[in-house]
Design a protein around this ligand. Structure first.
Ligand SMILES: Nc1ncnc2c1ncn2[C@@H]1O[C@H](COP(=O)(O)OP(=O)(O)OP(=O)(O)O)[C@@H](O)[C@H]1O
Length: 686
């Protein structure tokens, strides 16, 4: 337990009156600076989450969620399901985590899902290349600022997304040339944009070494982030733990399309675990090796990326950081509506814009502070191998700006590669009202002599020829006219000469009544752990009276427990009423709350009432119902609001009704004040 945590426990145990507060206090959530040590201590003490395998010494990059963390995650996911799957009528999936290697080879992950790593050439210590370069450049800039007598920006206010991945490197006050400072700032603004070779050049040019040992570093090499496994006992079938849920959607596309009666646009959605063998996991839940993702794949006609519900999000305001701004080495953000961003072509199309708006609304709904939320466009090299435009929702926390939701236009990449590999059609068929008439080059093979000439290779050669694009066919036609033959290359490298008596390429007129096309895919991809952690930071503050009295102002919709039921004390007068209200009977108050979907918890422990409230403030419980002497005498309950500590009083049934309405978002506290009487006692002091 940290010293701060000890202070907290001792203070509250020895002096409950330190927890007393008059009701109707004016809350000042920024009375204290964010204290990361106290915050971490709260999360650990209340078991929001903890390192996995802790009693075995732990293993970096794995975390277990405790009761409040699990409930918070489940509630975030419930809001996510309602906001996206239910409201937008998406098709939900639950596909396997273990994925056949062929699938991930085809998608490009086996070859390209990599990060660059460098090694200390003496002791073998491994670093993620971009993170290390970033950390060293930042520390040198900080040293330069110190040498110039300019204070470095305080961590939480740092307007620099780069801080997120920083390995802490100590700075030394050394003044640099102005031109070098400019160059460093430029490199930092586009650190995500560098290839491995470019990172290697920066390391050499700027003499970047292992900050701890001063040893030289190797040239960057690629490290694949997937966990490999074998399926079955023979070891012949290879598999990987999926690094994203997306491929499970794509390989089921044809079934999904049929389920949707062959109509596009539509979306599939999936919540599930993903695995990435990160080079250096760090920063708690932000970079882990196993995490929950929630992904949407929205299939759309590439010729028409309008969205029927665009009007619903066009007025949503986003804080944008477009790529051209970053490529100039700047981080200035612009507030703009979705409608304007799409209208000015800053965001590529309506469907992508629509989802940016929906994601913003979702994050605000669960309690993310919109001032600490921005939408950053990917730069050229930074973009995933499949994406044609990509925006990240980044949330600011004490670690800087962290990507929490990626929104990519994956074009037709995935469906095309899976279709090419499996020879299964992953296409939409659209009946045309007017036939589409056009000219195209057509292949005619003389089947019998062709088969006799090429024997066992005939099928493979034909497959290559039939796979040619129109441009390739035009070339083959010209070759046949000029040389009377063409050479066909098979996948393994073997070459075969096909003469013009076996193949003819002719222009024909086609009249199509059905249009076949591969849809494009717009993908919002959510990392639930990163969102959950950022939300906890945004919700945390300490009471003005005592920095150690932490509160999590989680909105009721996601709070792990919505309502605390507490008897004022262990006084025996309360026992019959407690039994009536709290016993697990069908008609008890707690059962009624639970049936109304309000997770409640009874705390009849011997701790003082102030201490029990404080404990639940730390858990983010928004409301408390107290059984006191008035309850015994008049059948009333007092209702406490977590942030203000304001209390209202009313008949038990009325208080239950108000609590349910508050927790289900049908009522706000100001409306509750009109339904119930103001309570003016000082119940928090026993
Ligand atoms: N190692 C991780 N730990 C926790 N969440 C992660 C991790 N990697 C990705 N995510 C989450 O999954 C989402 C979608 O994954 P995506 O592939 O777009 O991330 P990424 O661009 O690889 O992230 P980063 O650049 O931070 O490694 C991210 O927005 C993030 O919220």
């Amino acid at each position: 337990m940290s010293d701060n945590a000890k202070d907290f426990t001792q203070a509250s145990a020895s002096n409950p009156s330190t927890l007393a507060e008059p009701s109707s206090v004016i809350i000042n959530k920024s009375a204290h600076e964010f204290d990361k040590t106290l915050f971490d201590s709260l999360l650990s003490r209340r078991f929001f989450f903890a390192p996995s395998f802790e009693i075995y010494g732990g293993c970096a990059g794995f975390f277990d969620y405790g009761p409040p963390g699990s409930a918070l995650q489940a509630n975030i996911l419930e809001v996510w399901r309602k906001h996206f799957i239910i409201e937008e009528d998406m098709l939900e999936l639950d596909t396997t985590i273990m994925t056949l290697s062929d699938v991930l080879k085809t998608s490009g992950h086996v070859d390209k899902f990599t990060d660059w790593m460098v090694k200390d050439v003496v002791n073998g210590e491994i670093f993620r290349a971009d993170h290390l370069v970033e950390a060293v450049l930042e520390s040198r800039l900080k040293g330069d600022k110190e040498a110039r007598g300019q204070a470095a920006a305080p961590p939480a206010a740092e307007d620099d997304k780069k801080k997120k991945k920083k390995k802490v490197v100590k700075s030394t006050a050394v003044k640099m040339e102005d031109s070098v400072v400019k160059e460093y700032e430029f490199m930092l603004a586009q650190i995500d944009n560098y290839t491995g070779a470019e990172l290697g050049e920066i390391i050499k040019k700027h003499n970047i070494v292992n900050p701890e040992t001063g040893n030289q570093l190797s040239t960057p090499v690629e490290f694949n982030l997937m966990f490999q496994s074998e399926i079955g006992p023979t070891g012949h079938v290879k598999g990987y733990l999926r690094p994203e849920t997306a491929q499970g959607h794509f390989i089921n596309f044809q079934r999904l399309l049929e389920f949707n009666n062959g109509r596009v646009p539509f979306a599939s959605a999936q919540i599930g675990r993903s695995f990435r063998n990160e080079i250096s996991p760090r920063q708690g839940l932000l970079r882990v090796r196993e995490f929950t993702m929630a992904e949407i794949e929205h299939y759309v006609d590439p010729k028409d990326k309008s969205h029927p519900r665009f009007v619903d999000t066009k007025d949503v305001v986003l804080q944008l950081l477009p790529k051209d701004v970053q490529e100039r080495g700047e981080t200035t953000m612009t507030n703009m509506t979705v409608g304007d961003a799409v209208g000015q072509k800053i965001v590529d199309n309506e469907t992508l814009g629509y989802f940016l708006g929906r994601v913003q609304l979702f994050l605000e709904k669960i309690g993310i502070d919109p001032k600490k939320l921005r939408c950053r466009q990917h730069m050229g090299n930074e973009m995933a191998h499949y994406a044609s435009d990509c925006w990240d929702f980044e949330i600011q926390s004490s670690y800087g700006w962290i990507e929490c939701v990626g929104c990519a236009d994956r074009s037709a990449y995935d469906l095309t590669v899976h279709s090419n590999k499996t020879k299964q059609k992953l296409v939409v068929k659209e009946n045309l009202t007017e036939p589409n008439v056009y000219q195209k080059l057509d292949i005619q093979l003389e089947a019998k002599p062709f088969g006799m000439k090429f024997k066992k290779d005939a099928k493979s050669i034909e497959a290559v020829i039939r796979g040619y694009t129109q441009e390739q066919l035009a070339q083959v036609k010209a070759e046949l006219e000029e040389k009377k033959e063409t050479t066909v290359k098979l996948e393994g490298g073997a070459e075969h000469v096909v003469t013009d008596d076996l193949i003819k390429i002719q222009e024909i007129t086609v009249s199509e009544h059905i249009r076949e096309y591969t849809p494009n895919v717009i993908e919002p991809s959510f990392g639930i752990g990163r969102i959950l952690y950022s939300l906890l930071e945004h919700s945390y503050w300490a009471r003005e009276s005592d920095v150690a009295r932490g509160v999590l102002s989680l909105p009721p919709v996601v709070a792990p427990i919505k309502c605390l039921i507490v008897p004022l004390s262990a006084n025996s007068d309360f026992v019959p009423l407690i039994n009536e209200i709290c016993k697990p009977r069908f008609d008890s108050m707690s059962a009624k709350l639970r049936r109304a979907g309000v997770a409640s918890r009874v705390d009849a422990s011997g701790a003082s009432i102030g201490k029990r409230y404080a404990r639940n403030d730390e858990l983010g419980t928004p409301y408390g119902c107290t059984i006191d002497f008035a309850s015994v005498a008049n059948g009333t309950l007092t209702l406490r609001e977590r942030d203000t500590t304001d209390q209202l009083i009313g008949k038990i049934e009325d208080v239950i009704a108000v609590t349910v309405a508050l927790c289900n978002g049908q009522m706000e506290w100001k409306d509750a004040c009109e339904k119930l009487e103001k309570y003016s006692g000082t119940q928090e002091v026993e």
